[in-house]
Each structure stands twice: as C-alpha cells, then as structure tokens.
Design a protein. Structure first.
Length: 539
C-alpha cells in the first residue's frame, strides 16, 4: 500500500471510530476493537438518488430510443416504456391509489410486468409481487389479504383465477395498455406525489420455508443504497444486457429489474430457456442452484455474475470466476436483497461473502448480543442503510428481529439475520450457515455447513447439502450422481470428527429446487423418508 492510500484509509478509520460507541466494545482487546470497527463498516457513499423511480425516469428520458426491455423477441424502448408507465400510473390514480398504498402485482414475467412495477412506483405506492402461475392459491390469498392492497394488477389470462379480497379492484395491465395504443389518452392527474427515501418501494413476502410468509416493507432509501452504489450496481452501463431470470416474488428479481433500468441497461426477460437468456447477457444475478445448471462457456459477452440466496459451493464459484467477475453475496430480504458482497478471486484465498456494502454494518455477536472477537463464530446482525422498515402486521416479530443498534449512536436499528459467521483476518466474512443449521448429533454440536464444505472439497463434487437425519445421524445429498459415496465419507472423516460423518450419502444429478431457485430441502427430506434404512447408494 502506498503512502497516500495509507493516509486515506487511516482517515476513514478515524471517522469510523468517531461514529462508534466504544463502551459496548469493552469486552474486546484493543486490537479487536479496532478490527470490529474497521471490518464491520462498509464505505461511506452517497447514492445519486433517494427514489429509485427517479433514477429510472432519468434513463427513460436520456435513452429514449434505446431498448429497455426484451421478452421472447418483443422489445420496448425507454421512450415507449415511459409512455406506457405514465398511462398506467394515471389509471392507478383514477382507481384511488395514493402514496403509501400497496398494489398487488400478480403477474408472470413479461413486459407488462415491468410496466406494472414502474407505474406503481410512479404514483408513490409499493408493489407486492407474486408469480401468479407458480404460487399456490392459498399463498396468493394470504398475500393479497395481508398486504391490504387497494388495487391488484394482473394479466388478462389470469383475471378469473387470482383471489381478490373485498374492497380491492382488479385491473389487467395488458388490457389497459391496449387501450392506450387505440386512444393514446388517459386521465392525467394534476401531479404525481413526491416520493422520499423513507417511503415503501416494494413489499416482499418471505418464502415461508421456515414458518408463515411475512411481508417485509423495503424503502426507496434501502433500494437506492444498494442498487445505485458499487458494487451493488454491478458496473451496469447504458446498453448492457442484464438477464431477468428470477421469480418476481424473490427480492433478487428487484435487483435484476430496477438496477438495469436505473443505469440504462437492457433487461432480457427469459422464457423457458435459462441458458438462451444468460448466453446473451453481460450481467447475471442468480442463485447458486440456478447457476449450477448453466454453462459459462456458452456466454461469450458475460462480464459479471452475482449469486445469493443460499450458500455457494466453492467449485461453482471457481468455475464461473474463470469467465467473469464473480460476486458472492449474502443477506436476507429484511436487509434489502444483500448487505455483503465480495468478488471471488481463486488465487487470493477461500470463498467468502465479502464485506458490508456501502453505508452498512455487520456485527458478529454472541447469544448475549456482545461482540465476538475476530475469528470467533457468532451470529451476524446487520445495521445501517440496508435495514428495512420491518414486517407488516407483525409487531411481535419486529420487536424480536429489529433491535436498537448499540454500536452506532444514531438512533438506527440492526437486524438479526440468523446467519452464522466470523471475521477472517483479511477483513472478509466467512458464512457458516444458518443458526437453525447448527444441530446436535450424539450430544455434539455440528454446523451442517462445515460438513457440506468438507464434501464439496472432494474432486468431482459440485454441491452438497447435509441435513439431520436422526438424533444420532446426518444424511448427505451430493451431486453429481457419479460421486462415490464411500469417498464422501472419507472426505468428511479426514477433516471433521467422527460424529460429523453422514450415515447416509445419496447422490443425484440435480437437486430439486423451490420456485425461488434455491435447493428444496423439504423435498430432500421427503426423499430421505422413502429410502430404506440400509440404503446408501445413488438414487
């Protein structure tokens, strides 16, 4: 490091120390206090907008003749996109939608889906997205009722199948837009509301895999902080092609859509063929499970890939990092898509989840919410600009998961992620699974993630998932099916205690996936229940 860089870093650290309260750090050594502050904070940056729609509106004006969105050969320019958004926004206001309302967006991936997102944002409302084709009716009904949406936007194909709560008006985006092409007129409101950073941008319902789905209110400030600063902007430039491959109900879909349009890129919405879409893209955002099904060699123009949503196997990261910039990221919906990012460079150490994104903090705390020493395993709590406005209609859960931030004396909150981690000496975070992945086997505490990592280090192994099978045993699912189960057990035995060795090893060519593109562990457990007790051979 040269002298100038050293002075800059020292100056930034001095500013950080001034912002931190040192009293809660007294249990740490002086050296660890400094590292807790230095490692735990992202850079200070000011996003150019505090309202994500205004950033996108600037793209619509600046790049009017460029393609904004493409789906199955149909294209729409930024200029035409603005006209359609304005038209639908005026219809929403005529339907009584006001700033602060929720608008249910029950659609399938399409150009009208994007128009629905932007029109909702333009009128100051928050969109509540669900994929109407793959989401169970009961969950659609729950989301529609819990969100208290004033209006539901859908497509004509699904008009008669979407559950509509009382006092909620159902509108078909495609039918409304077809009227614009005929009349090119709509009731124009005298003005659109001023939307500020604390106003809701979208309400994302969690998947419900660990309990009932909960709606999380994500603000414009939350979104702008990630999408309009590096590295969350993924370096997207005007004209860059970005793949839109994820379920609209998944928060990472907002990363795909809003980031692309805010930077003047071209959003390529996939059909049924993931590879065809990704092969044309410069930037891809995906889960590791989806990425594992794709071939980077077939993507000649690929520049950057970001993965999140579940643990990324290091062999997968190594494979894609040979072709592009590869970012491993982490963060639940409650901290705005992701709150840590790190570029993976195979020759510079093991895969990590990087460091806090700008204006955000990560604290590694013990069960008493006291700081852990550097290198000590604890639970990750997230603070700063990423912390969302909380769950709708769930004060009890808000009190449990959102707490006062005792380290930064600014009245802010921190969120309990339930992710386990520790600081590496280079200032990066090692992700060690979920707190509910920490199990007891034969009386010993086992971190399932550590067993998976030991298996994934085996040559030829692409991915491993380990679950608790009985009170005494673990079961490992490994892909591809060609992996030798005996070698799997030997790989674990070479690195971990005997009680970590899986009793069953089941090999698969592909893992089942949830609608959001993650490994479906519930399906794996069901598969395991149907395997005879003595079976340890590939299925």
């Amino acid at each position: 490091m040269n002298f100038t860089a050293s002075v800059i870093q020292t100056s930034e650290l001095s500013q950080s120390i001034q912002k931190f309260r040192l009293e809660p750090l007294q249990g740490l050594s002086p050296k660890d206090q400094m590292k807790f502050i230095q490692y735990g904070q992202g850079e200070y940056k000011t996003p150019p907008f505090s309202n994500i729609y205004l950033a996108i509106e600037q793209s619509m004006k600046t790049f009017a003749d460029q393609t904004a969105v493409e789906h199955l050969g149909d294209k729409i320019s930024y200029g035409e996109l603005q006209k359609q958004v304005d038209f639908l926004a005026a219809v929403l206001i005529s339907a009584g939608v006001k700033k602060g309302d929720h608008v249910a967006l029950f659609v399938r991936r399409s150009i009208p889906m994007v128009v629905g997102v932007l029109a909702t944002l333009k009128v100051g409302a928050a969109y509540v997205p669900q994929d109407v084709k793959i989401c169970p009716q009961e969950q659609l009904k729950l989301v529609a009722q819990s969100s208290a949406a004033r209006v539901m936007l859908t497509l004509s194909e699904y008009y008669n199948s979407v559950p509509v709560p009382p006092d909620c008006e159902r509108l078909c985006i495609d039918e409304i837009l077809s009227r614009r092409t005929l009349a090119d007129s709509a009731p124009v409101p005298p003005s659109f509301p001023t939307v500020e950073e604390g106003d809701a941008c979208f309400v994302l319902f969690t998947s419900g895999t660990t309990g009932a789905p909960n709606g999380v209110k994500v603000t414009h400030g939350n979104v702008c902080n990630l999408l309009l600063t590096a590295p969350g902007d993924l370096g997207i430039q005007p004209g860059d092609k970005v793949a839109q491959i994820l379920n609209i109900a998944f928060d990472m879909a907002a990363w795909e859509i809003l980031t692309t349009l805010a930077h003047g890129g071209e959003l390529i919405i996939r059909g049924c063929d993931f590879q065809e879409t990704v092969s044309r893209a410069n930037v891809v955002i995906a889960t590791p499970s989806i990425l594992s099904k794709l071939d980077p060699a077939a993507c000649p123009d690929l520049r950057a890939v970001a993965v999140a949503g579940e643990a990324c196997p290091e062999p997968l990261a190594r494979k894609w990092a040979a072709y592009c910039e590869f970012y491993n990221c982490c963060g639940p919906t409650e901290v705005t898509i992701v709150n840590t990012m790190g570029r993976y460079l195979p020759d510079q150490g093991p895969l990590s989840i990087g460091a806090p994104t700008p204006n955000n903090t990560v604290y590694i705390l013990n069960d008493s919410l006291k700081p852990c020493a550097i290198g000590e395993v604890g639970e990750m709590w997230a603070g700063g600009a990423c912390v969302t406005a909380g769950y709708i209609n769930n004060d009890v859960l808000n009190e449990d998961r959102y707490r006062h931030d005792p380290f930064l004396d600014n009245g802010g909150k921190m969120f309990r992620t339930r992710d386990l981690g520790r600081w590496l000496e280079n200032g990066e975070l090692e992700h060690l699974g979920r707190t509910d992945d920490q199990v007891k086997v034969r009386g010993f505490r086992v971190e399932l993630n550590s067993v998976s990592c030991a298996i994934e280090a085996l040559p030829g192994c692409q991915q491993a998932v380990v679950i608790k099978h009985t009170s005494r045993d673990l079961a490992a699912f490994v892909k591809p099916a060609s992996v030798n189960p005996v070698l799997v057990k030997q790989a674990v035995a070479a690195k971990l205690p005997y009680y970590c060795i899986p009793d069953k090893v089941l090999t698969l060519d592909e893992f089942p996936m949830t609608p959001r593109g993650k490994v479906d562990k519930q399906h794996l457990e069901e598969m395991l229940a149907n395997i005879p007790a003595s079976q340890e051979v590939p299925v």
